[in-house]
Write a protein that binds this ligand. Structure first.
Ligand SMILES: NC(=O)c1ccc[n+]([C@@H]2O[C@H](COP(=O)([O-])OP(=O)(O)OC[C@H]3O[C@@H](n4cnc5c(N)ncnc54)[C@H](OP(=O)(O)O)[C@@H]3O)[C@@H](O)[C@H]2O)c1
Length: 390
């Protein structure tokens, strides 16, 4: 398997990694632990050296799984994990509240080290920007862990460019992880140019569009009741039907290349920058093999132009985070499930990572939400971008 290096760092990983979240979390029933241990080890046998997990996946169980599976291969692999969530105060099993206080980061690191069965965490990301904790304090806490030898590299997930710059000034950031795929291209506007300038690597998560870009999901597909895709506006049957055009495009290119849509989706990401390393997730060996096969698919500039031009004529429908999502994320607009003329307004609070809950549904509510967002903006001194969607 080809290797890639994250920006100016010395961290080298396989060109395609393995996202392990779905083995224990989010995508329906939890997979059999022994089978997943075998799958992770099969990935190592096939040259995958980059594995992605987080404290919150489970919580805890996904880190335990990854730690157990990779224990025999410690010297060969890079394990990335994430901090920044805490148990919900309302007792919900799913953690949704943020906590990036320095003392909490240190506690999480101690727990992750144990669960991963390692002496040092290779790459430790802040999972979501915490508006209550200055990013300098977060970077300082990770810097301290690096000085103690407990962490090797610092990462951020779903951070905006101001946060990235401020964090990087305190402790060099090795990689940023955010959603990026043919149907979600927001990082191209600001994040990727900033990473290029600063010499930081990029890890696209959900690179297969949570399965949709593989062509194996149609408007008739049903998901298990515990599968979080049931809550995503982009996965309503209507949105899936509308977005089928993108899959048709991938299918046509795949056929000509004797590849699969999933491979084209991943090859497209790989060709964007040499410091991009996607982490597709799967629970199946055949799909793992298919996904890593993307490294061998070469997209000519003609094929790329064709993808760009065809994709630019397709308007992807539906947001990609849950309507009631809290404590996430890159943009407030997504919480509206905004699709064309059907919603009033959408708000981006760049870098503050606070979602509106519930998402505004009418003009008055939207104005109130904007007012609250402005107050937050003032207090956090971050740029505010308002995007109309009417
Ligand atoms: N930083 C963050 O906030 C964040 C957020 C989300 C995810 N992540 C990380 O990113 C990783 C990948 O993202 P993701 O799992 O959300 O999305 P993804 O990789 O885009 O898609 C995973 C889904 O695609 C299916 N799939 C995978 N390969 C396939 C293939 N070749 N053909 C057909 N279906 C295929 C999987 O099902 P099967 O298991 O049935 O194959 C699974 O349902 C996660 O595991 C996690 O580590 C990070």
């Amino acid at each position: 398997m080809q290797k890639r290096t994250f920006g100016n760092s010395n961290l080298e990983v396989s060109a395609v990694g393995l996202g392990c979240m779905g083995m224990s979390f989010s995508y329906g029933p939890v997979a059999d632990k022994q089978e997943m241990i075998s799958l992770i080890r099969e990935a190592v046998e096939r040259g995958v050296t980059f594995f992605d997990t987080a404290e919150v996946y489970g919580p805890f169980t996904n880190e335990e799984l990854v730690g157990e599976a990779l224990a025999p291969f410690r010297a060969q692999v890079v394990i990335a994990t994430k901090f920044g969530f805490k148990p919900a105060s309302n007792g919900e099993a799913r953690w949704s509240e943020l906590d990036s206080r320095p003392e909490h980061i240190k506690q999480v690191a101690a727990g992750s080290l144990k669960r991963l069965k390692v002496d040092a965490i290779d790459l430790f990301y802040q999972h979501r920007v915490d508006p209550d904790v200055p990013i300098e304090d977060v970077a300082g806490a990770v810097k301290g862990l690096i000085q103690e030898g407990k962490v090797k590299h610092f990462g951020l997930s779903e951070a905006g460019v101001q946060t990235i710059r401020r964090a990087h000034a305190v402790q060099p950031v090795t990689a940023v992880q955010s959603e990026y795929a043919l149907w979600w291209r927001n990082p191209e506007a600001e994040v990727l140019p900033t990473l290029e300038e600063l010499g930081i690597g990029f890890v696209p998560y959900s690179p297969l569009g949570k399965g949709f870009l593989t062509g194996k999901i149609s408007e008739n597909t049903t998901f298990d009741s515990s599968d979080f895709r049931n809550t995503l506006p982009r996965f309503t049957p209507e949105a899936r039907k509308a977005n089928q055009a993108l899959i048709d495009l991938l299918g046509q290119i795949a056929e000509r290349k004797q590849a699969t849509p999933a491979q084209i989706a991943l090859a497209w990401l790989l060709v964007q920058k040499p410091w991009i390393v996607p982490i597709p997730g799967t629970t199946k060996l055949s799909r793992l093999e298919e996904n890593i096969g993307a490294v061998a698919v070469e997209l000519t500039s003609d094929a790329l132009r064709e993808i760009e031009s065809a994709a630019s004529q397709i308007t992807v429908q539906g947001g990609s985070v849950p309507r009631t999502s809290r404590a996430t994320d890159r943009s407030l607009s997504e919480t509206n499930g905004c699709s064309g003329s059907s919603c009033w307004a959408s708000y981006y609070l760049v870098d503050t990572n606070i979602c509106l809950q519930p998402a505004p549904v009418d003009r008055n509510e939207a104005h109130m939400a904007l007012h609250r967002a402005r107050r937050l903006h003032v207090s956090s001194k971050e740029p505010l971008v308002l995007q109309g969607c009417v």
